[in-house]
Write a new protein. Structure first.
Length: 750
């Protein structure tokens, strides 16, 4: 099968996939995997609609699925269209749907309300003998359903892909083609997933720089709750996962349905309830005017819209985590202890000092050393030099060889900071090519962090950056790139006319990452964007971790890590020990709190080790050793978060997939209104197994703790998983801003 290219470099269909199994265009499809069922109505040649998305239904017969579809049809009511409104995954205005439409576009004012008729339906990703047919019912496990449909009058074709993954995660995308005459201007391609009326409460996220992913809740009411991202990057205030659930849903219980748009540029998430009662959640790329104008046979492909159903927020998070861990590109090697030098030296680069820092790090057990901003030509502060990607020989006579060679000789990997999509006006690059700066209206955009956006949509600019990065990566032994992105895309036009260019810029950044990975097999990339402003499933397709936030104050990080894990597992989340006094908040914290908070993530250090005391260095050795001992559990186990009973503390951790062990964190965030507070529970263990739960002390013991009898002798107690989940154990007394670690191990019955 040929692959027809679109302007994004991605095709109508991908070669190399498993042979697709054709099914009738008048059929129901039941996909079941990971405890989730998705029943799709693809009857009568109409665009597919979801009849059921939620808890697994078991094996169904044709009669049962027809009854299920019939039971979902609404009765006639006053002052609406005469036929029951059917909501397709790509919602259609012509069908009477008065909510957000799936396709917004026109051909010189016409063809704005398409009516697609299905030409073909196929099931891919499974063998033919794994597809069961019962009359009009097609039933299989995890699979990809593809629907080709045409509107002959509007001159449009659409390919809808709906995939249920092994984890029970659902995803869908649409590819729109213009086989007709003239240009078709695309405004939006938005997918929608239905949710039942018992889902009444919305949870999504807000935030700002250095305080990302702040949860917020509200009721779902008639109208639309829409979260638009117009920053040209995901944003610290992104919805991230927009969920709607049964009232009061928490981590461990309550049905919840959520969506995530896997895209790093402009995007939208939304939840909508119509006055007629129908409810959907959905999203897609947010296209700026004129960004997608399809000539004859050109195509636009939407990003994947991911849908996650769960019994509780942990159940939902597990679907994302299991999908990410199942990818061939998921980091396979143990996540190395990382030292980033930024908060140690900032722009004050000195070879002797940085080599000394490397030697101190290696002595502690650090495995990766990252040189941050300030190494390239003219870069003495954040006002100049961006874009001039050659080593500053005034700071580094002879280049970076001396530092890189010393780092690697110490047995550590070397990493380097880049900000490839940005440029300072005060740079040789901007002086040579001012037309490569994204701009519109014949004016320079307002600066952000004293920088502008380099237009990677211009082939020559893209080639310049690719060549410059390739030269550095070729000359030096670099295993890792910290890829930063510190400015929103404001007035992001492209020369010479200033057309909106965010769509093209985002795809060009993806291509640049992909090409560097192709040229340098084994290269790892961290997505950093003013901290956590580019955390999404689009960027993680080509990167190996995300930087959760520029703020590593452990009190702030307790909340940010907790909620970023709603989308990504711990091993993809950069999590570092900072200095004693945090440079973002000014707070001072004990090393034990900083280290225990950083432990449940991709662990590292961002601290001037030359200022650490002998006692602190000894403790760091112990924390690094403990991380290495437990990172397999932390990075492969299932996340659990106990539901909050008091905002003064939170209980969370990782449970081995075979339920044989767990590591539990009890974080004391502030002072409770009562003392002692009572019991905490540990959900998620095997109820019929017996476990020893015992305290763990790493490094210097914390002051200010009162141990309960079960805790005091260090041996802990043996209890069943059922008792731990329902009865629990009394909390120790503790000062605020402390973490108590508990190790859980299965006890074999005699």
């Amino acid at each position: 099968m040929t692959r027809e290219r679109d302007r994004s470099g991605r095709g109508w269909r991908d070669d190399g996939s498993a042979p697709a199994v054709p099914v009738p265009t008048d059929a129901y499809l039941h996909l079941a995997s990971g405890g989730v069922s998705v029943v799709i109505d693809a009857t009568q040649g109409r665009l597919p609609a979801i009849v059921h998305w939620g808890v697994g239904l078991g094996t169904l017969s044709e009669a049962e699925v027809e009854a299920l579809a019939l039971a979902a049809v609404e009765p006639a009511s006053g002052n609406v269209v005469d036929e029951p409104v059917r909501v397709a995954i790509l919602p259609e205005h012509h069908a009477g749907w008065e909510g957000k439409p799936g396709v917004v576009g026109h051909r010189d004012g016409a063809d704005w309300s398409p009516k697609f008729v299905t030409d073909a339906v196929t099931v891919g990703g499974v063998s033919a003998d794994a597809v069961r047919t019962d009359g009009r019912l097609v039933e299989t496990g995890a699979a990809l359903v593809s629907i080709d449909a045409t509107d002959e009058i509007a001159g449009l074709r659409v390919l809808l892909e709906i995939e249920l993954l092994a984890s029970g995660l659902l995803r869908a995308r649409a590819t729109l083609r213009n086989p007709g005459d003239g240009v078709y201007s695309v405004g939006d391609v938005t997918l929608a997933l239905p949710i039942p009326v018992r889902a009444r409460e919305i949870l999504d996220f807000s935030g700002r720089w250095s305080r990302e992913r702040v949860p917020q809740r509200r009721d779902l009411v008639v109208g639309i709750h829409e979260r638009e991202g117009r920053k040209g990057r995901t944003g610290p205030d992104a919805a991230t996962v927009l969920s709607v659930g049964t009232p009061g849903f928490g981590f461990r219980s309550g049905e919840v349905w959520g969506v995530h748009v896997g895209f790093s540029g402009n995007h939208r998430h939304y939840a909508e309830q119509l006055s007629a009662g129908a409810q959907v959640i959905g999203g897609g790329e947010l296209l700026l005017p004129g960004e997608v104008r399809l000539g004859e046979n050109e195509t636009y492909r939407s990003p994947w819209l991911y849908g996650a159903y769960g019994d509780g927020l942990d159940g939902q998070a597990h679907r994302f985590h299991r999908f990410l861990r199942s990818r061939e590109t998921h980091p396979a090697s143990p996540r190395p202890v990382t030292l980033n030098v930024w908060e140690a030296v900032y722009f004050d680069h000195d070879a002797d000092r940085l080599i000394d820092l490397a030697e101190r790090a290696a002595a502690l057990g650090v495995e990766r050393y990252v040189l941050d901003d300030g190494w390239f030509s003219g870069r003495r502060d954040d006002h100049r030099g961006l874009g001039d990607w050659t080593v500053d020989l005034g700071i580094w006579p002879g280049g970076l060889h001396r530092l890189v060679d010393r780092v690697t000789s110490l047995g550590m990997q070397f990493g380097l900071w880049f900000e490839p999509e940005m440029v300072n006006e005060d740079s040789e690059l901007a002086r040579r090519h001012p037309e490569w700066i994204m701009q519109t209206g014949d004016r320079m955009p307002v600066r952000g962090r004293d920088q502008q956006v380099l237009n990677l949509g211009i082939p020559e600019a893209y080639k310049y950056v690719l060549d410059a990065m390739t030269a550095i990566l070729t000359e030096y032994d670099i295993a890792y790139i910290k890829w930063d992105h510190n400015r929103d895309l404001i007035d992001a036009g492209t020369a010479p006319r200033g057309e909106a260019g965010v769509h093209a810029q985002t795809l060009a950044a993806y291509r640049l990452m992909d090409e560097l990975k192709r040229r340098f097999p084994g290269l790892e990339i961290e997505s950093c964007s003013s901290g956590g402003a580019r955390v999404d499933l689009g960027v993680i397709e080509r990167t190996d971790r995300v930087w959760v936030s520029d703020c590593i104050d452990p009190l702030e990080r307790q909340q940010m890590m907790r909620w970023t894990m709603q989308l990504m597992p711990a091993e993809l989340l950069g999590s570092h020990i900072g200095s004693g006094v945090n440079h973002t908040t000014g707070r001072a914290h004990a090393l034990s709190f900083r280290a225990a908070t950083a432990l449940f993530g991709h662990f590292g250090i961002e601290w001037d080790l030359a200022r650490a005391t002998a006692a602190e260095n000894a403790d760091l050795v112990e924390w690094i050793r403990f991380y290495k001992e437990h990172r397999d559990l932390l990075h492969r186990g299932d996340l659990f978060r106990a539901d909050e009973i008091d905002p003064a503390f939170q209980v969370y951790g990782a449970i081995a997939t075979d339920r044989s062990a767990a590591l539990i964190f009890v974080a004391f965030l502030t002072r409770s209104a009562v003392s002692p507070r009572g019991r905490f529970t540990v959900p998620g263990l095997d109820p019929d197994k017996r476990y020893r739960i015992a305290p763990v002390t790493v490094g210097t013991p914390d002051a200010g703790r009162a141990d309960p009898p079960w805790y005091a002798d260090g041996a802990g107690v043996v209890m069943s998983g059922r008792a731990l989940a329902t009865s629990g154990l009394h909390l120790p007394g503790s000062f605020p801003e402390r973490v108590v670690l508990l190790r859980v191990t299965e006890q074999m019955l005699p």
